[in-house]
Structure formats: C-alpha cells, structure tokens
Design a binder for this molecule. Structure first.
Ligand SMILES: [Zn+2]
Ligand SMILES: [Zn+2]
Length: 247
C-alpha cells in the first residue's frame, strides 16, 4: 500500500491566539491539498493562549461534513504532571472524537530524561489519549525505545510532526527518525501530522513523508493514511463514528 495521507489529525485555528485560520479556511484548502478529513485540535485549556473549555465542548456543533470535507472534533491537550494527567475534564472528553496530547513548556517545563519519560509513559498508559504529539522534541528528551515499545503495547500512536522540521523544533529530525525506525521494528502505530497553524500548511507532510518512506514504515500502519484507517483506529478506542460521515 502506498502512502495516501488523506487525513490530517493536527491543526490549530485562531481560537489559539498563535494560529491564524478558521475552520472555513481549512475546509477550503483541504481539497487542494489532498485532505479528505481533518481534525481541529486547538490547544488544551492549560496553555497560555488556549481557548476556553467551552470551545471544545461546543465543537459538537460542527457539521460532520462541509463541502465534501470531513471535520473531526479534537484537542491537543497538555501532559500536566509525572502521573500523565492531561488538561481535559469529562465534559470536554465526551464532546470530542480524538484526543492528542503532548508536552508544551508553559504547562510542563522540560525535566530530565527519566521524568519526561515517566510523564509521557503514564499518559500513554492512561487509556485517555489517542496520539502523542511531537514525541521527538529534543527539548523534552525521552527514552525513545521504552516509549515506542509502550506505544506498541498500548496501541497509542506516536506522531511524526512535520512542523517540527520547519519551525519550532528543528532539531527533532534525528529523534523522529529513530522513533519511526523503532515503530517499524516494534509495530507501533504512528501518525503524520502537519501541526498547521494556518490553513496553507494543512496536509503539509513533505519531510515526514520522505522520512517514513526512507525508513520503510508500512503505510497500512500509519493511522491517518486513509479515512478508513483512521476510523478503524478510533473504533479500537471505542469511538465508532464512521457512519456519521458521508464521503
Ligand atoms: Zn504541540
Ligand atoms: Zn499543535
């Protein structure tokens, strides 16, 4: 199977102040970029410029399809502590389709490699997280092999974040390459995310795609490779929503 990457699970709208586009902007750009389905995943409430929690609760009002493009209700939550707790209460969780989580310095300041690993591992083991965002971030060193093995065991996807190579976490490439190699070795699921902060970056996977191609990571294990693979993954988490969409 070839890489199709027709789903983007990681986008921010201007509900997060440091992002610049609306849901409409993303819908308009999606067909031009080969994206059939995308998740709106603004930052969880504990981030400094995150939207209020009602932003997430009320995302229930999004249409499932707009102009032929599917929209998922999501969040990029924050790992808060060593126990792997995230900044989502039940009212938010029950409104959403997909829950990403990751380290962001304003919420969890980088610690040593053992502490970072413990926090991320506990988030993975919590059963409350579907994707760990930018685990290759060199500002938050982790024991990569331990995390990849755990991700395989718990069936939680690790993200290869294309934006990391372009903007904020440029030194992440080597870590991400190792994550992709080990994920192939241990059969851990991955996602490829644009982490778009404006609609022109929707579906921008160029560097991440080249990397997983080089590594030989199997396309059918990339959670967001197709609409069907994404829905199949969510179904393993008890989120059975495929029938609500009409492509
Ligand atoms: Zn992030
Ligand atoms: Zn993000």
């Amino acid at each position: 199977m070839d890489y199709k990457l027709e789903v983007d699970l990681h986008t921010h709208t201007l509900a997060s102040d440091h992002a610049y586009s609306t849901i409409h902007d993303y819908v308009r750009e999606a067909p031009k970029r080969g994206i059939r389905l995308f998740a709106n995943t603004d930052h969880g409430p504990d981030m400094e410029d995150a939207p209020h929690k009602w932003h997430f609760v009320n995302s229930l009002t999004f249409p499932r399809m707009a102009d032929g493009v599917g929209i998922l209700r999501g969040i990029e939550s924050n790992i808060k502590d060593l126990d792997g707790n995230i900044d989502i209460e039940e009212s938010i969780r029950s409104s959403l389709d997909i829950i990403l989580t990751g380290f962001h310095p304003p919420v969890f300041a980088p610690r040593d490699i053992d502490a970072n690993t413990e926090a991320m591992a506990n988030a993975i083991k919590s059963g409350k997280v579907h994707v760990v965002t930018h685990p290759g971030n060199t500002n938050f060193p982790i024991h990569i092999e331990h995390i990849v093995k755990l991700a395989a065991q718990e069936n939680v996807a690790l993200e290869i974040n294309n934006s990391s190579f372009l903007f904020s976490r440029k030194k992440s490439y080597a870590n991400c390459q190792r994550i992709a190699q080990l994920a192939k070795q241990y059969d851990a699921p991955i996602t490829v995310g644009s982490d778009a902060h404006n609609a022109w970056d929707l579906g921008r996977f160029d560097i991440a795609k080249a990397m997983i191609t080089e590594v030989g990571y199997p396309a059918d294990r990339v959670v967001n490779n197709t609409v069907d693979s994404l829905f199949a993954y969510l179904a393993t988490k008890g989120i059975d929503i495929a029938d609500e969409f009409e492509f």
